[in-house]
Design a protein around this ligand. Sequence first.
Ligand SMILES: Cc1cc2nc3c(=O)[nH]c(=O)nc-3n(C[C@H](O)[C@H](O)[C@H](O)COP(=O)(O)OP(=O)(O)OC[C@H]3O[C@@H](n4cnc5c(N)ncnc54)[C@H](O)[C@@H]3O)c2cc1C
Length: 385
Amino acid sequence: MLPKTADIVIIGGGCMGAATAHYLAARGAGKVLLLEREKFLAMGSTGRNAGGVRYQFSTEVNVRLSQFSLAVIARFEELFGISAAYRPIGYLFLLTTPHAVTAFQANVAMQNRLGVTDARYLTPSEIAALAPRVNLEGVLGGTFCPRDGLADPNSVTQGFAKSARAHGAQIETETTVTGIKTAGGRIVAVVTDRGEVATHTVVNCAGPWAAQIGALAGIAIPIAPVRRQFFTTDALPQIPHDHPMTIEFATTLYFHPEGAGLLVGMSNADETPGDTYAIDEEFHLTTLERALYRLPLIENARVASQTAGLYEVTPDAEPILAQARALPGFYIAAGFSGHGFQHAPATGKVMSELILDGKATTIDIAMLDLERFAEGRLIQEGNVV
Ligand SMILES: Cc1cc2nc3c(=O)[nH]c(=O)nc-3n(C[C@H](O)[C@H](O)[C@H](O)COP(=O)(O)OP(=O)(O)OC[C@H]3O[C@@H](n4cnc5c(N)ncnc54)[C@H](O)[C@@H]3O)c2cc1C
């Protein structure tokens, strides 16, 4: 039954909502209520992503979010009783322009300085030794971190949700938030299709739909849903199970082992914002063509499945982890721009600190405020695919 009151209402049952519910409930934050409109958790972007986890980012804050999160993901079974299926196969970035080489060398130096000491720059011959099946035509160099890899977003979401419930949080699915009531500059209630919940605190974890939830509260949030798609192949025994996640940075083509085959994706630079899961067959063929160029072996496999999901894109490709200055009690944890799953543990942790202590202490997230867009303080994560 939907409760009449809650201390904190979290909107959205993807990895961010579940992680935030866990860290809040584990701190004894009072009555924590998570609302999700779908029948199950993780049916939004969390259930439609490529499962990549990495330390290799271009901004310090993203590296720090990864350091906290990957430590949790690596120990997930011990902590939450369910494996996150972490597979450290490494991420290999292929760089084809002198500008990218310079930028990624600087990224590696920053990552090393922050303690990711195993991230390194590779020459073309070192790349050839690591990934001999990849066509390295035009590749000037690359970067690699062996602890980057893959994990399972569904297991991570379920593990956090189970723990949140065990700590007293309530999770209600098939509950759509339709309004947020305010009075005197404060939140007073969340309105749903199943009734109203009185509360003063809301956490917007609605991913690609975060702007819609903002609008319900009169807060403009610059997060747009943008379609991204990938396909999987049937068995490709020539590719070792531990082949690194490989990314051609200039085109965003990426592929990694998935089941007995591969998962292959690429971002369409011409995609306009929109809320659709329809497959763009023309762009699928563009992706396939590029994949055949970089990994000719793919011609031996058939396409087994195609998936489209939504990136939750901000103007600087960095998330918003903050309380809205214009509406105290309205918190936002969204806008990861296509690389959020791996940051769910750190997000839950820092949001719990922000809400309960007034400030995040595990990681400094002050620069990830909502107001940076209006005030021209964009950060710009450059390592987005
Ligand atoms: C193709 C693709 C590949 C990706 N690959 C990676 C990757 O390799 N690594 C990585 O880290 N990240 C990746 N991502 C990004 C990652 O999936 C997202 O950053 C992450 O899942 C965001 O989680 P979330 O909980 O914020 O959003 P979501 O999982 O979308 O959850 C938001 C939830 O809010 C609910 N909701 C919305 N409106 C309402 C409402 N009015 N009432 C109630 N509930 C509501 C939705 O139903 C949804 O379940 C990828 C994304 C895509 C699309």
